[in-house]
Design a protein around this ligand. Sequence first.
Ligand SMILES: [Zn+2]
Ligand SMILES: [Zn+2]
Length: 190
Amino acid sequence: MKQEASVPKRSITSIATRNTCAICVALREFQGDLLKSLRPDQCRNFCNTHGWMVANSAPADTAAAIFLGAIVNANWSSARCVSEQCDICTRMHREKEARLDEIAKQFRDARLHSWLRDYGVLCSRHGQETMTRLPESLRESVQEIMARAGGEIVEMLEDYLQRVKRGSHTGGGVLGRAAEFLVAQRGIES
Ligand SMILES: [Zn+2]
Ligand SMILES: [Zn+2]
């Protein structure tokens, strides 16, 4: 298989921010780059979600060729949104595995480990998946990361609720942060 022009990838630690799961961000970037440089032969079977993404984000000639290929093929049917059925879901799955391996390796490095524990963010799904790659002794840090993100939001919401009860409605931005947090918990994979 021809290697596609590779966009230099950012390492997980450079992606890690205080607000969003590093794996979700990495996957979102991967998907965006993949769609922008997509060739028709890389997307023969696709799920509904990725069909819409091709329509919105792939180069116009690629998108037209992909849809034409599907429409003229009497046997074509929409793939389920799982790897091995949808070509894009398959690529996303492989990228996720590679990124989870990357972050698990970094948890084993003492210096990166303490940095991740202090500053990393992982959604519940990717936190769980990272834990399955780690020995028992390192799993606690992942749980701390997941709990910290939730704890901060809970504190802000409780504080906001008290102020609302006292009649002050300032600081409603916290509601947006909470909604964002819940979306991030669900992650990029639906
Ligand atoms: Zn995530
Ligand atoms: Zn898909």
